[in-house]
Write a protein that binds this ligand. Structure first.
Ligand code: SAM
Ligand code: DTB
Ligand code: SF4
Length: 334
């Protein structure tokens, strides 16, 4: 059934969902999930860092910020052929989407031209394409769309009021502006955040509120658990209660019922049972392959076994590369 999507969630309503008994919250989230998705189908994306390290920004979580001593070696933009070889391998291993990340604050126009060539070549392999390159102008977003880009990833990362404790080199509005350019160019948005950076429970509600109250729900919502990288300011952030992570997935599923919710970074540090709870709570997308951008991810064989043990399977690309968005009706409540 087509979903009625809300964009007017209050902080109190969201907090009340977080405060439900765990079993009750999971029951509600799983029911919403079943209404709109095949609960056994999980979308798999493979990530590649196509331009690594040396970033001028100061995102406190990020191993690629130049100013932190994290041991990440800077590398320039990869060639089309080198990226295509990695994309082919990802496709042959079963990925349906290839996500290319670059450690830029904002790409220059000539960077976008080069990435556009890469996108066209990856798209020709029959994969869905996604890129995350930092802040984009409207014309840059359109150029990427014309090259065959399907999704653009740009995260809000955290609640507006906590953002200033994590990033000082650009503000929340800059992120919202890029998301507007991406949507206006006709690209699908992939937008989420990070849990476990020391935010309060209200901070988690604030992130999900900001995401759900965007003019359109992002088609893909990556929920990352902070990967605590030595050398970054958040290296010693307090560990997250795994149930709080599962709760965040569940509330995201309830607020954004037709979006794909991605159980994103942090799976390597997560017990298989916690991942199973995340799938039950409504996560239906993962990053697949041994590496995220610079940090580790579960190996492919482990994930294949996990899928078998849980009776879930990888989702196919729909004919129009629309994955599973056919039943979205936007917008409803103001
Ligand atoms: N430079 C671009 C940008 O910031 O938009 C694109 C790449 S950036 C690495 C993409 C996203 O990765 C960030 O917005 C953040 O949400 C996520 N990320 C980076 N480091 C992380 C970490 N240590 N743990 C979890 N997520 C992380
Ligand atoms: C997202 O939300 N998570 C991915 C992707 N979008 C680009 C990145 C996770 C990065 C984790 C740290 C690293 O490997 O460098
Ligand atoms: Fe740079 Fe992106 Fe890392 Fe921030 S998250 S430091 S913008 S690569």
């Amino acid at each position: 059934m087509p979903a009625t999507l809300r964009h007017d969630w209050s902080r109190e309503e969201i907090q009340a969902l977080f405060d439900l008994p765990f079993g009750e919250l999971l029951h509600r989230a799983h029911s919403v999930h079943r209404e709109h998705h095949d609960p056994q189908a999980v979308q798999v994306s493979t990530l590649l860092s196509i331009k690594t390290g040396g970033c001028p920004e100061d995102c406190a979580y990020c191993p690629q910020a130049q100013r932190y001593d994290t041991g990440v070696k800077s590398e320039k933009l990869m060639s089309v052929d080198a990226v295509v070889a990695r994309a082919k391998a990802a496709r042959d291993a079963g990925a349906s989407r290839f996500c290319m990340g670059a450690a830029w604050r904002a790409p220059k126009d000539r960077d976008v031209e080069k990435v556009a060539q890469i996108v066209t070549a990856v798209k020709a392999l029959g994969l869905e394409t996604c890129a995350t390159l930092g802040m984009l102008t409207g014309p840059q977003a359109s150029a990427l769309k014309d090259a065959g880009l399907d999704y653009y990833n740009h995260n809000l990362d955290t609640a507006p009021e906590f953002y200033g404790q994590i990033i000082h080199t650009r503000d929340y509005q800059d992120r919202l502006d890029t998301l507007t350019h991406v949507r206006d160019a006709g690209l699908r948005t992939c937008c989420g955040g990070i849990i476990g950076m020391g935010e309060s429970p209200d901070g988690r509600s604030g992130l999900l509120q900001a995401l759900a109250n965007l003019p359109q729900h992002p088609e893909s919502v990556p929920i990352n658990q902070l990967v605590r990288v030595p050398g970054t300011p958040l290296a010693d952030a307090a560990p997250l209660d795994p149930f709080d992570f599962v709760r965040t997935i569940a509330v995201a599923r309830i607020l954004m019922p037709v979006s794909m919710v991605r159980l994103s970074a942090g799976r390597q540090q997560m017990d298989d049972a916690v991942q199973a709870l995340c799938f039950h709570a409504g996560a239906n997308s993962i990053f697949y392959g041994e590496k995220l951008l610079t940090t580790g991810n579960p190996d492919v064989e482990h994930d294949r076994q996990l899928f078998r043990r849980l009776g879930i399977h990888a989702m196919e690309i729909a004919a129009d590369t629309g994955t599973v968005h056919a039943d979205i009706i936007e917008p409803c409540a103001a």
